[in-house]
Design a protein around this ligand. Sequence first.
Ligand code: TPP
Ligand code: MG
Length: 598
Amino acid sequence: MTLTAVPAGTDIDDAALREVEQRVLWLATAIVDHANRVRPNPSGLKVGGHQASSASIVTLMTALWLEQLGPEDRVSVKPHASPVLHALEYLLGQLDPAYLTTLREFGGLQSYPSRLKDPVPADYSTGSVGIGATAPIWGAIARRYVNTQFGTGGAGRQWSLVGDAELDEGAVWEAVLDPMVAELGEVVWIVDLNRQSLDRVVPTMGATRLQGMFAAAGWQVLTVKYGALLEELFTRPGGAELRDRIDEMTNAEYQRMLRRTPAELRAQLPGDGAAAARIGGLVADVADEDLLAAVRNLGGHDLATLRTAFAQIDDTRPTVVLAYTLKGYGLATEGHPQNHSALLSEAQLGELAARVGVDPADPWTTFEPGSAPAELLAAAAARLRRTELEGAPAVAVPADLGRTPSGTATTQAALGRTLLDLNRAAPEVGARVVTVSPDVSSSTNLGGWVNKVGVWSAEDRRDWFSDDPETILHWRERPSGQHVELGIAETNLVGLMGELGSTWNRWDQPLLPIGVMYDPFVARALEPWSFGVYAGGQSILVGTPSGVTLAPEGGAHQSITTPSIGLEQPGVVTYEPAFALDTEWCLPPTPRMLGAGP
Ligand SMILES: Cc1ncc(C[n+]2csc(CCOP(=O)(O)OP(=O)(O)O)c2C)c(N)n1
Ligand SMILES: [Mg+2]
């Protein structure tokens, strides 16, 4: 008996798209291969790279770039898929072929997608798992902020291509839970659900739990589990039982199936439950080749199934697509529990080349001009072309805001006054200030500033306390507000600061983000903040209260290390104000942050 896939039923040339997908798989694999086996390596030390992680997401990324993305969309690509991103950039004519041989070389293609270091800047830097994944959430808020203040952020989706093990990170759930996030319809996450992390096949099936957690947070959940071949098999006698059997298998048992012969599959697939005979009857009848294809026919590698799922994204709330995939898809290492950093041997690479129809001696060859895949790529390249930025306007912070403080005050209170002074002395700079705080605005003395500028919200919200004479701090939430208030989540705060601090090179709109949090909790947010700095986010992080005036707060709130943290971090300047006037001097005196670039 022969299996046939359900026809796609669209005007897209699926055969050509499949050819592009296979070429992307080849190129991503060859980029890593060249860095490790071809490029001279005088030191003999490991270079590294991730062929299996890349292969896992090749179909998804091909489907996105060739069919789904628009010029205003922005995508965060999971760290280990950087070779796939570069393969697509090359095929779309954006990346100079000279870079294909430079993965992990000084000045070459970066190991992980990088906004500042890659020759074609990535939309988002990734590498610290969980942090790059959440960045498009903060990018979406930053763009909404730019749109409400200046009207020039544009539209488009904010995509995040996430490894399934990234969902182990607390940063992911801290972000998913923030009340502001459920409103972000432009956010779409695609989870590359290959059931493998770095070390292992993750033992228990987490998809049902994940579906519930995202749904509870207000997300649209789309699950892309099986491809058309398997779905067709499920419609035959014994098919429903086969579906249940595969659904209920542990990840490890399923993963083992990927490396079995047809005879072993016929023996193992039925299992030993009540339905074993019916499943056995079904698979007995399927040809060897079809059985091997069916068992690995997951939705994340089925272009038509993916297209159907993407068409369901509703854009009124964030969406997560849980797409089942195979780590090492199409490679000799497919599904092997230890394939994370495994490299294909020369012979295995040769087999791939033969299957894809490429001469390994001429690895970077492209499609014949005029051929169907070449036409498909040309159309995508034209669709994805972005308008060039002209360069952000430079706005200088004045050296003197015209106040001579007197008496005794905390620097914390002085900072609040300085911001108000800045608004008065240089309104064009004041308009670029955006403050953020994890639920400590009033206790860090930002109350006067917040009263003056209002709290930012994409839409006007009624202030029910505006007529209450006993309410001092007024949370007027409106699109013109310049203070963004998040929940008590320091990691979210620095994530947002990184993106607010990147609007100058994303949309030509410089902002001066100032984040205020309790000093001892800076350390909790430190790694994601460092990552934001690496990714190009420019901001001022204020740890307050701190220093000697903190004594009455006691040990739990005392800061003992922040100045050294600031000194240790490349690209960061640290400054500890001793006098009220110093808080003026903490603002960047030169327009580096406000427009001149890194
Ligand atoms: C914060 C952080 N911890 C650990 C690592 C090391 N690391 C890199 S990838 C990875 C496993 C990722 O698994 P998954 O997200 O499922 O990706 P894939 O299976 O697609 O390779 C780990 C532990 C890291 N890069 N960042
Ligand atoms: Mg994984």
